[in-house]
Ligand binder design. Sequence first.
Ligand SMILES: [Zn+2]
Length: 71
Amino acid sequence: MPEGYCVKCKAKKEIAEAAEVTTKNGRRAIKGKCPTCGTVMYKILGGKATPAPATPPQPVTPQPAKPQGAT
Ligand SMILES: [Zn+2]
């Protein structure tokens, strides 16, 4: 049984009815209930196999404004 922290009991509890879920961020977590008070508990399992999404730096090429027809 995975353990999580129950904010209501202010103690570490085994997570009852634990089920693995994937959060919006693509992270895996355990969702379940506190066996004592029934408060929903989450335990983040940390990163999954994929590395952190690294955004490639966008090459910024400033276009200098060239006045056309100016002599
Ligand atoms: Zn609790």
